[in-house]
Ligand binder design. Sequence first.
Ligand SMILES: [Zn+2]
Length: 157
Amino acid sequence: MTGLITRKLIPVAKETLSEHYDVDENGCWVCKDRFIDKDGYPRCNYKKKTMLAAKWVWVDNFGEPPNGMVVKHSCDNRLCVNPDHLSLGTQGANIQDRVLRGRSARGGDNGRAKLSEKDVRYIKYHSDSSNSVLAMEFGVEASTIRLIKKGINWSHI
Ligand SMILES: [Zn+2]
């Protein structure tokens, strides 16, 4: 688990979320009535934008993550919003973790990944993310992402 930083324990604003999750046997707070995005992560509205519920919980409890850091699940349950199961890591480490866990089943013979329709939908949905971040996530060139966002490539999706 590289790239993790230790966070301080601060009392949790449980009330704000208590109607929106069930606690399972692992102690995970499982989101139950949130919009689930294409990648399986629950999202909520925050300042008129959609935000990963896990990040929202993090911000609510600990404040904005430092630049370049992302909120990660230590319990590997994407629906979980238990602050104790969340940690910060770098975007790179997050991708590394996913690759290690075999989630990024992408990458062809030459190491250049091909995108599926599902990926393209994800990219279009996350068009507010930067081209380079999405490119890194999918193992493609930033120009590929740009063409998708502009509707030049994959315009039928
Ligand atoms: Zn959990």
